[in-house]
Design a protein around this ligand. Sequence first.
Ligand SMILES: Nc1nc2c(ncn2[C@@H]2O[C@@H]3COP(=O)(O)O[C@H]4[C@@H](O)[C@H](n5cnc6c(=O)[nH]c(N)nc65)O[C@@H]4COP(=O)(O)O[C@H]3[C@H]2O)c(=O)[nH]1
Length: 639
Amino acid sequence: MIELATFPINSSAAITGARNRVRFLAEDLEFDVFASTRLAAVTSNLCRRLYKHGNDASLTIGFGEYHQDCSLQLIFRGSSNPLSRHDAGSLFDDAYPLRLETGHHGFTVIKRIPNRAFDPSERFIIDQRERLVRLTKAELLEEVQQRNEELTALLDEVKQQSEREKELAAAAAVAEVERREARELEKAYRKLAKAHEHEHRLANYDAVTGLPNRTCFEDRLTQAIERAEREPQNLAVMFLDLDHFKNVNDTVGHAEGDQLLREVAERLLGCVRKSDTVARLGGDEFTLALMNIAHPEVAAEVARSILQSISQPFVLGGREFYIGSSIGIAVYPDDGDTVDLLLRNADTAMYEVKKLGRNNHQFYSPEMNSQAKARLDLENSLRKAVKNEQLKLYYQPQLDCATGEIVSMEALLRWHHDDYGSMPLEQFIPLAEETGLIVDIGYWAVREACRQNKAWQDAGYAPMPVAVNLSMRQFEQRDLADDIMDILDETGLDPRWLELELTEGVFLHHVESARAMLASLKKAGVIISIDDFGTGYSSLSQLRRLPIDTIKVDCAFSQGITEDPDDAAIVSSIIVLAHNLKLNVIAEGVENEAQLAFLREHGCNQWQGYLFSKALPPEDFEALLRERHSPERKSGTGG
Ligand SMILES: Nc1nc2c(ncn2[C@@H]2O[C@@H]3COP(=O)(O)O[C@H]4[C@@H](O)[C@H](n5cnc6c(=O)[nH]c(N)nc65)O[C@@H]4COP(=O)(O)O[C@H]3[C@H]2O)c(=O)[nH]1
């Protein structure tokens, strides 16, 4: 800094200024209070300092850069009283009193700065007392050196600090990367674990119910058997199948069907202990493993409570559904000591329940196995018979009660087994129903009956309807009506010459779907009849709402009408009821004249039975037709 002037100050004052002018505005010229002097330097590029040393106060003013020949004017704002030159002069030489625009009085000191050369090496430092001290060159050098050392030390420190910071930052970055990697790794592990868990669930649990699947069930049962081998105990394996579950699926759809399975799972879990296992094998089949049971009767108790629980209604899609269940039980170690054997024997016992009428439970017994084997043989033979077309249709004439003419016929299935000869229907129809083979057999029967009927018509015999039995299982086929219409198309038989016989059970179990299918068939001209009427549970009101044409009186009633007044009353009531509903009545199983006379007397429309003829092979039936309705008489008498 270039020092311009030093003003001793012995007053409290404020300094303002601009550019190369300095103005001292003294707050108060009561100089005896200068002890509290505090000045603030405010000029911009003038460098100023106030030094106070002892009682001396001085102001050093200089420029940060070289200026010459400038004048300094210090203006002290004074009190309200005019200052005498003396007053001012006591402070500075060349002080002139003045009156400031503010109305205050002050004085000004004008100091000319001589045109003199400055030594640019002159330096000042601020000493410890905050005084500006001019240094000699040597001192300056020392000062600079000292400063340099300080600076170097400082720089070193800064450098070290920065190195440390760098190291820390690097370490932090590495740590961050490691943390991030660890996080990524953990995420990947979690994902993998989740995928493993998902895979495990898929492999071991049923997606619909969340219950263990077959694999998981077999694992648990294996472990339980191993435990039971070490510490002898009883285990029970149950095989459970829902009765008529398919009806629910067909009526309300698969989503509701799944809901029902979930509710069944819940109910099953509610009937067993936590240590037991309930699994779903698929479809409507469930298995249970009851661990460490005190005695087999415990399994029977559990089975009873399951039957009771499942028999409660299920509400699906706003409707109530009642389903039953069939349970087979096999007990370790008596009924098997391997998973396979226990499951197989429980399954066999379950089939036995189904055979005996469902909605019950049954313990496995060794005799069942031989029955099951026989059943399996029969099933295989039946499959072969269907494939090799060993099945035949026989035709039983149906006669008009009033005229005695053959007016229609019923097609009845016959199976001639290569080894066993003629197989009784009551033996293989239920098996075909159980295995679902009846669906194929049923379609074959409809096709064959239509083909044969059309062939007789084409041969010139008087056209008449052929009645074919439909199984309840066929009503589980959504396309039944379309398929039958296709068969009629294929064989060229007019729909009015086909009659479909169904049992009351169809209406009990498939009311809605059956009604719609039958209505469309009836609309096309197909005749619909209810077989074995009186043996089921059809209500009169239901009968009225069904799209049917004919009621068939069951053999048992027809045969009892002459001996049992109840049967007589039932048959006559059925006839009256049917006629009121404008339905045709046909009595089957008529074996003697007295029965026929009763039927005639009560206005029954048609009859069939051994009194006239058994079901005949097609060639014999044709011979009968030839005899009674020769082709030549076809359009003449109508029978
Ligand atoms: N005791 C006696 N019986 C007589 C007399 N007249 C006729 N029958 C028998 O009564 C049954 C009448 O058939 P269904 O009630 O439809 O009862 C049929 C029907 O439900 C079923 N079935 C027969 N063929 C078929 C078929 O093609 N498909 C289906 N799904 N079921 C069939 O098998 C049942 C038994 O058929 P079949 O053994 O042929 O027995 C026939 C017939 O032979 C008689 O005067 N006295």
